[in-house]
Design a protein around this ligand. Structure first.
Ligand SMILES: Cc1cc2nc3c(=O)[nH]c(=O)nc-3n(C[C@H](O)[C@H](O)[C@H](O)COP(=O)(O)OP(=O)(O)OC[C@H]3O[C@@H](n4cnc5c(N)ncnc54)[C@H](O)[C@@H]3O)c2cc1C
Length: 414
């Protein structure tokens, strides 16, 4: 079979790993100019791999297969070094959080770091390129997919027996075009996660960082919304993520270079009902509104106390932001975020402070907007020759789940 894979991210890697050296001819189309160049993705920044049945996606995946994929990535580093921990493996921590109303998420973590990811990606690419059945086409953004009974045509010129769409979240335009033609392919689209990136001195969360590396909890706030932590970065850095029409915040950490602060996202899941059907539109508008207040392509930074009391921040005190000052403006996030969301976040922080004193310190830093879109859930059984794998399918939200999704899809086609 002649198979096209659109996108070269985590899901494509899993697919190719299981297809290399087979009789099928695989053509990979990637919009970036080479293997390193950035699309916004955890496969190029941070690289925190986790094994968990409670998060990372909505597929049932055997933890052993997840661990096999973790080892696959670790084995692609030169020195095979990584940081590791287990979120809530320690019973005492588990109980402390549980007692205060938090739902601790159990998960094993393996952190490679942004610096090591470059060599990981290159080594993966080098390995795949050495197989005669795998052909890479960089600098090729697929714009159009036409599905016929016995073939699929990319951009009006290339015919394939099957096409695997693995464009992650950054490829939403291509997926949107397909959905426009076949709206019945969408099985669910109601959720978006909106929130902030929180930054505080390492020493306040030292015990958590040492014990777990990443602490993952969910909390049912007084507003009824569920709030969760996401992407904890001990000694990490806050960064901006630049989309075509708005800018958000994110965080990462490096294996070697360390900062004095820890950052993590605090996200509120907004799940709305009919007639609402545009979570991406809703999240984007709030992100844009925040950017309008912050000025051109910037985010808002506020102290926690000012955030809590709806006051514009004019000065910072002890905590120094790791985000470069060209990227933010001191301001008031409350002018952009709906009250129900800010109240949910504040309720979360105040309760976390009961277990980790200092989390609610006045001068801790709050950056906005942090937005996590859930892709539409797509029905992979609708076509015999077109499949969606990884985050664009709506069923994965992490490197390992996306990789396994690709791996299993390849297995089913072999
Ligand atoms: C900043 C950031 C940090 C993250 N950190 C982590 C982490 O530490 N751990 C974790 O588990 N998860 C993390 N994630 C989530 C993780 O990156 C994704 O869940 C995972 O990479 C999904 O894999 P994927 O293959 O579906 O998409 P991706 O890995 O995003 O790959 C999609 C690829 O498709 C390409 N593409 C898009 N559109 C087109 C097109 N039209 N034509 C050709 N190519 C196209 C893109 O350039 C990209 O290379 C992070 C996400 C972000 C945004």
């Amino acid at each position: 079979m002649k198979i096209a894979v659109v996108g070269f991210g985590a899901a494509a890697i899993g697919f190719l790993e299981n297809m290399k050296g087979t009789k099928h001819q695989i053509h990979v189309f990637e919009q970036s100019k080479d293997v390193y160049s950035s699309s916004i993705s955890g496969i190029r920044a941070d690289g925190k791999l986790f094994v968990s049945e409670q998060m990372g996606g909505e597929l049932e995946i055997d933890p052993e297969l997840q661990k096999k994929m973790v080892d696959f990535y670790i084995n692609k580093t030169k020195e095979k070094r990584y940081e590791t921990g287990t979120s809530f493996g320690n019973e005492e921590f588990y109980r402390q959080f549980y007692r205060k109303g938090f739902q601790p998420i159990i998960s094993d973590f393996y952190h490679l770091g942004t610096d090591q990811l470059k060599e990981v990606l290159f080594n993966i690419y080098k390995d795949f390129s050495s197989y005669k059945n795998i052909h890479f086409h960089f600098n090729h953004k697929v714009q159009e997919i036409e599905i016929l009974a016995n073939k699929v045509i990319l951009d009006h010129e290339n015919d394939f027996d099957k096409v695997i769409v693995a464009v992650g979240r950054s490829g939403h335009k291509l997926v949107r075009n397909i959905i426009k033609k076949f709206p019945e392919i969408v099985s669910d689209n109601t959720k978006v996660d909106l929130g902030v990136r929180f930054e505080l001195p390492n020493h306040i969360v030292e015990k958590l960082n040492q014990e777990m590396y990443e602490f993952k909890v969910r909390y049912r706030s007084k507003t009824g919304y569920t709030v969760r932590t996401f992407c904890n970065n001990p000694s990490g850095y806050v960064v901006t993520e630049k989309y075509d029409d708005f800018v958000t915040v994110n965080g990462h950490s490096k294996y070697k270079e360390k900062s004095e602060t820890t950052n993590f996202a605090i996200l509120t899941t907004v799940s709305l009902t009919v007639p609402f059907d545009d979570p991406v539109g809703y999240g984007s508008y709030i992100a844009k509104l925040t950017n309008i207040l912050a000025g051109d392509r910037k985010v808002i930074l506020q102290t926690y106390d000012n955030f809590k009391n709806s006051k514009r921040t004019k000065h910072l005190y002890r905590v120094k932001p790791t985000l470069g000052e060209d990227n933010f403006i001191l301001g008031d996030i409350n002018l952009a975020f709906p009250r129900r969301i800010t109240e949910s976040i504040i309720d979360f922080v105040e309760n976390l402070d009961k277990i980790v004193p200092g989390v609610a310190n006045e001068d801790n830093l709050v950056y906005a907007p942090e937005v996590k879109f859930y892709s539409n859930k797509l029905n992979n059984e609708m076509f015999e020759n077109l499949f969606f794998i990884g985050d664009c399918s709506g069923y994965t939200r992490s490197i390992i789940y996306a990789t396994v999704h690709g791996y299993l899809t390849a297995k089913s086609l072999k």
